[in-house]
Design a protein around this ligand. Structure first.
Ligand SMILES: [Zn+2]
Length: 142
């Protein structure tokens, strides 16, 4: 159910066949992304075919390690469940520096964020109706 308010008041992403693994693998402690069988690029957001060459995509478990590409601090509340201030960042997984994932940085002091900062995936468990999702977020790799 798109945008449904979950148990934490935060929206719960819609689960469809090609997005389900991305949103649920955190329940196993795994950060997964799709990889193209033809060009081997990681693809995000989840897609039906590779946006570069229309190759077949298969999910692969990654290390969960990444680096901050850019970030901003949200000082106004736009959605329920996200009290300001909070951090929004583009993170690049260490397995492929050609792709970026838009995420929240959690348990990080905004004054300590920098470009290239090592981060690691953690998961925000949200549920609504019958859907259990684990939204990837990142925190400082200490
Ligand atoms: Zn491809």
């Amino acid at each position: 159910m798109t945008g449904a308010a979950g148990s934490t008041g935060r929206p719960v992403p819609a689960l469809v066949d090609h997005t389900r693994t991305f949103w649920t693998s955190g329940g196993r402690g795994e950060f997964t992304m799709q990889r193209c069988v033809a060009c081997e690029r990681l693809v995000h957001p989840p897609a039906l075919r590779c946006p570069h060459d229309h190759g077949e995509l298969r999910y692969t478990a990654l290390s969960g390690d990444g680096v901050v590409e850019s970030w901003t601090v949200a000082n106004h509340q736009f959605l329920p469940g996200f009290p300001p201030p909070y951090l929004i960042a583009f993170v690049t997984p260490v397995e492929d520096d050609r792709v970026r994932v838009l995420v929240n940085l959690v348990d990080v002091d905004p004054a300590e964020v920098s470009v290239g900062m090592p981060v690691v995936a953690v998961f925000d468990h949200r549920s609504a109706d019958d859907d259990e999702v684990y939204v990837p977020q990142f925190t400082s790799r200490r």
